[in-house]
Design a protein around this ligand. Sequence first.
Ligand code: PMP
Length: 437
Amino acid sequence: TGTKPDISREKSAELYEKAKNYFPGGVNSPVRAFKSVYGTPLFIQKGDGCYVWDADGNQFIDFCASWGPLILGHNHPKVREKVTEVMQNGMSFGAPTALENELAELIIKNNRFVEKIRFTSSGTEAVMSAIRLARGYTGKDKILKFEGCYHGHSDSLLVKAGSGLVTFGETSSKGVPKSFAEETIVIPLNDEHAITAAFAQFKDQIAAVIIEGIPANNGLLMQEKSFVKFLEQTCKDNSALLIFDEVITGFRIGFEGAAAYYDVKPDIVTYGKIIGGGLPVGMYGASAEIMGHISPDGGVYQAGTLSGNPVAMAAGIAQLTELLRNGFYKELNAKTKEFAESIQRFASARSYKLKVFHVGSIFWFAFTDKDKIQTAEDIDVASMDKFKQFHRELLNRGIYIGPSGYEVGFVSAAHTKIELEKAKRAILDALDIVFRN
Ligand code: PMP
């Protein structure tokens, strides 16, 4: 095998030039702009099962899956049919519908971690609301987050670590007031001492600790169970709420997400993506007691014109019904494990500096020889050059993954063994090119 010629991006490039007139960077969300990989972004025309096609007619096996929600694959007939059926009756009322009850019931009856919930229209909203709820409930202001976790783009969460073990956040975006960032404390992942130090330094001021169920926005940073348990206990000891942000992991690594995986009981959980089946939905939930603080029952305000939108609810109902089928996760997770491990075996046999980290149906290619990567600092920034080349070689071989080396990939139920085998061969060929010298 040798380097393949670049796929044609003529139509995509044309669309991108046009898009630049309309949107900053030509996109409606920054990572789509292909800034850290080769070439212009691909404009996607359609998706079906595990495949997507771009505007130039190139076909790809897709492991981005709209960044996670499409656990059944693209355009799943059950989801499409339900959405189409519900749409015949209109698309938004701003009034309650039976569909909200139906989706809520599917979630609450099959999930130990939430007794009452609120639907929102995005993950960002869900997390932002969960933070407000934690503050309203505890009467405290500060929140503790971890370096390397992403929780959407609300002001108090666009905060990164300064220097030092426990730091006041520094804003990671212009436009976030310093005074807001100062309500957010940032510490490294997988470091029990940092948790203890933060609670000592900010005694009785921390309303909540927020962590991604399994951090998956800055590589896949698997945490030790003992660390997560320690976090849970420390929150209890200090009357701070533990918020599990399961926007990626919820309904992905299992129906009950990372909370079940680590066997912890978060006080508030946020979900997104998957429960909308590809339509815009987010959600947060907690015990009935904590949720009783949300308006109109309680004094914490949170609302949304399109919250619980019937069409989005329909997609969620159809998708979650499939996920509840016996053996769904077992099969999907086993498939992913075999896929990831066989790539790892190949890379290890050739002494390539590559680790394929994986959990459930999530995987991440790290160009490293470290056996564990558990904090943002563990990631070798220079290795992203290798990712850039890898990404280009993959696209040229019909494999679509997220256009950044910090992003994880997703296997869906629509990826059959045949396609996974095909993808694996392409990945191995791409690795040979990347490591050829
Ligand atoms: N939390 C986590 C853990 C996420 O991964 C994301 C987005 N990927 C968000 C929150 C924000 O969700 P959204 O993009 O739907 O606003």
